[in-house]
Design a protein around this ligand. Structure first.
Ligand code: NDP
Length: 323
């Protein structure tokens, strides 16, 4: 037997149960990974509450981890037993041992620890596609990043600065503003209520070519009103709740705007894209441009407390769960 956090019903953090589960066996194309560290992400909350649909119940939530391959099924070519590996975007993460499609695993460079890997694979590859593909951030761009002191946020601030951009980071407290500033946000705004006015002031009226909005319902309209004509609204999360249906005519009236709702799953669906995203991330971490901040660790069995802290906006940077 092994141990895992499972949910049998949707609900608050209390629905997560630390249970004995049979040791899984890798089928064709799969690998068994003994996990040394598991990543906590906001998407875990969405699967727990039912905002995102569970594939089946009971469900082992969690999308990210790092550890050592202990066995492989037939037709596995990417990895072998003994390899240090990490992954993001494959549900079933909150477990001491898990099986996973082997083509979702990437080998970890020796210099990257299991904890750092579990903290960065999902949030860091998200930052990679948002900054390098959804919109190609260029030197001289001024961009808005919401939840700038969070897991994705701190990585975005550092990486965007490294690309030569000026980051306007939105946060909910002065303490978080200082943290975002220390990690590359040139400007910080506490509270989003005056976002368009502040963006107008900071940009001298030009507004911004892109807003990265992970907060959703509470900030969508404020983000739209912060864009320059032909600007791109990237709505990539729902921390405050999902965005209600949008009247696309509004995009014309507000300056021929573009709107996208991207997901890491699409951007890393092809193995080549996954490898590119991971390699880019390993590069910026190895050269020191991006530092991964593991600001909270919990025992995996205490995942409920970690969820409560994340939802109460008490965390900064990344959180790792230890099996
Ligand atoms: P964070 O560490 O950023 O935590 C969420 C943060 O959102 C909070 O700390 C808080 O920052 C802010 N927030 C604003 N309003 C609320 C609210 N009502 N309740 C709770 N938090 C709120 O989490 P992650 O780094 O894991 O994820 C950040 C976001 O990015 C999430 O929305 C997630 O779903 C999304 N995401 C999307 C991906 C994609 O591919 N589409 C992939 C990865 C993440 P503050 O207190 O400063 O406001």
């Amino acid at each position: 037997m092994t141990k895992a956090i499972r949910i049998h019903v949707h609900g608050g953090p209390e629905v997560m149960k630390w249970e004995d589960v049979p040791t899984p066996e890798p089928g064709p194309g799969e690998a068994l990974v003994k996990q040394e560290a598991v990543g906590l992400n906001y998407i875990d909350v969405y699967f727990r509450t039912g905002l995102y649909k569970a594939p089946a119940m009971p469900l082992i939530i969690g999308q990210e981890g790092a550890g050592t391959v202990t066995a492989v099924g037939v037709n596995v070519t990417h990895v072998a037993p003994g390899d240090r590996v990490a992954y993001a975007g494959a549900i079933g993460g909150y477990a001491t041992d898990r099986v996973i499609p082997a083509d979702r695993l990437v080998k970890l460079p020796d210099a990257i620890s299991f904890q750092t890997a579990a903290a960065m694979m999902l949030q860091g590859m998200t930052a990679q596609y948002l900054l390098r593909r959804t919109y190609t951030v260029k030197a001289g761009d001024t961009i808005v990043v919401h939840a700038a002191a969070g897991g994705v946020g701190l990585i975005m601030c550092q990486w965007a600065k490294h690309l030569g951009a000026t980051v306007i980071g939105v946060v909910s407290s002065q303490q978080k503003a200082e943290l975002a500033h220390a990690h590359g946000a040139a400007h910080t705004i506490v509270g989003a209520a005056d976002l368009p006015t502040e963006v107008k002031r900071i940009t001298g009226g030009a507004m911004v070519p892109v807003v990265y909005d992970s907060v959703g319902k509470d900030t969508f309209n404020l983000s739209i009103d912060s864009l320059a004509p032909l600007g791109l609204m990237v709505s990539y999360g729902n921390a405050s709740g999902p965005v209600p249906p949008v009247d696309i005519g509004m995009l014309a009236a507000k300056g021929s705007l573009f709107l996208t709702r991207p997901s890491l799953a699409t951007y890393t669906a092809k193995r080549a894209d996954l490898e590119r995203a991971a390699a880019d991330l390993f590069d910026v971490v190895a050269n020191g441009a991006v530092k991964i901040k593991v600001n909270q660790t919990y025992a995996l069995k205490d995942a409920a407390a970690a969820h409560a802290a994340l939802e109460a906006r008490k965390t900064t940077g990344s959180t790792v769960l230890l099996p």
